[in-house]
Write a protein that binds this ligand. Structure first.
Ligand SMILES: Cc1ncc(COP(=O)(O)O)c(C=O)c1O
Length: 348
């Protein structure tokens, strides 16, 4: 494996310099300065100024908490924006390709369509693990990104560390590990391996364990060199002021986040036990996330029956390897009791 960032960066991106905004040139350090540089409305209301385009305050908090450097972080309007930026930085439309491992998160495919980049799908094995042999056969000189979602949505399991490591070592494009659900997992984040693998990109989000889906904050973690390339193309003010403030206070309140995660994990165990007693549940897949994938006799029938009882779950029956499966997000104790009651009523 010989990873060369320059070789995999799009030609037009190499020549770009990032847009230089007024707030890039001078960010308030708390001292009293007169800001007449950005054509803002001067009357204070908390959001009348442009936000810091580099989100320095929030990045400092995240860097300390994750044991990485600020230069290893890029933030986006949800991880969906971060994922889109990866396509735009590294994939030449109509020429390059990416590899995804279905059944997996649907946005990789959607983004490949939007960006006119071929999506090569290599199915997971029946144990929902990456099929290394097939992946390596599918890679060619135009393969730029390999998307690994671990813990995986919708299956819920984490991928084997050994398998991911093998892929990182044998692929000389970028390996994107989507860790949206890592805070629910017993596995360690790949952020600790950043120095070891120059082709590693990790994405995380505040939308899941941190309970902040509404503010849209996605995190990209990679080498300083990779982050510098993506920084060239990110919209200057992609993370708004309110999001930066909310995210900072939530990330600092890590004890509250951990407490909620622990409650969700306890509820997940309760829901798993209840699902085992439901007559039409045929299999409950091991999960490392805040949801459970279960195989039932007839997913569409059961989905509609639950809907009629006021409970919305996700019908994953059309996904490869997921025939007749339903995905249950773990809710509050009260919400989980509702789904358990509904399932029991349907169970006889
Ligand atoms: C695997 C995975 N990645 C990313 C996302 C999207 O995250 P965000 O809300 O940060 O855009 C989701 C949302 O469901 C997801 O399941």
């Amino acid at each position: 494996m010989s990873f060369n960032l320059d070789k995999i960066t799009r030609e037009n991106v190499k020549g770009l310099s990032p847009y230089s905004s007024a707030r890039d040139e001078y960010v308030s350090d708390g001292s009293t300065m007169v800001f007449l540089d950005a054509n803002e409305n001067p009357f204070e209301n908390g959001v009348n100024r442009y936000p810091d385009p580099q989100q320095r305050g929030l990045k400092a908090i995240l860097a300390e908490q994750k044991g990485i450097k600020e230069e290893n972080i890029l933030l986006g309007n949800g991880s969906d924006e971060v994922l889109d930026l990866l396509f735009r930085a590294f994939c030449e439309p109509k020429q390059d390709n990416i590899i995804t491992l279905p059944p997996t998160y649907g946005m990789y495919k959607v983004l490949s369509g939007i960006n006119l980049v071929e999506n090569r799908e290599v199915l997971l094995t029946h144990e929902f693990q990456p099929n290394v042999e097939e992946i390596l056969k599918t890679i060619d000189s135009n393969t730029k990104l390999l998307f690994i979602c671990s813990p995986n949505n919708p299956t819920g399991n984490s991928f084997s560390t050994k398998v991911i490591e093998e892929l990182l070592k044998s692929f000389d494009g970028l390996v994107v590990i989507d860790e949206a659900y890592i805070d629910f997992s017993s596995e360690e984040s790949w952020t600790s391996k950043l120095a070891e693998f120059p082709n590693l990109i990790i994405t995380q989000t505040l939308s899941k364990a941190y309970g902040m889906a509404g503010i849209r904050l996605g995190i990209c973690i990679a080498s300083a060199e990779i982050i510098a390339v993506i920084n060239k193309i990110k919209p200057p003010y992609n993370v708004n002021q309110l999001t930066q403030e909310k995210a900072s206070s939530r990330v600092l309140d890590i004890d509250a986040v951990k407490n909620e995660v622990n409650q969700i994990l306890a509820e997940r165990a309760k829901l798993e036990e209840a699902l085992k007693t439901v007559s039409f549940v045929e299999n409950i897949y091991p999960t490392d996330a805040n949801f459970i994938l279960a195989k039932v006799d007839d997913a569409t029938l059961r989905y509609n029956q639950l809907l009629a009882k006021g409970v919305v779950v996700r019908n994953r029956t059309t996904q490869p390897l997921c025939a007749n499966t339903l995905r249950f997000t773990v809710g509050t104790s009260k919400e989980n009791n509702s789904v358990i009651t509904a399932l029991k009523e349907l169970s006889n």
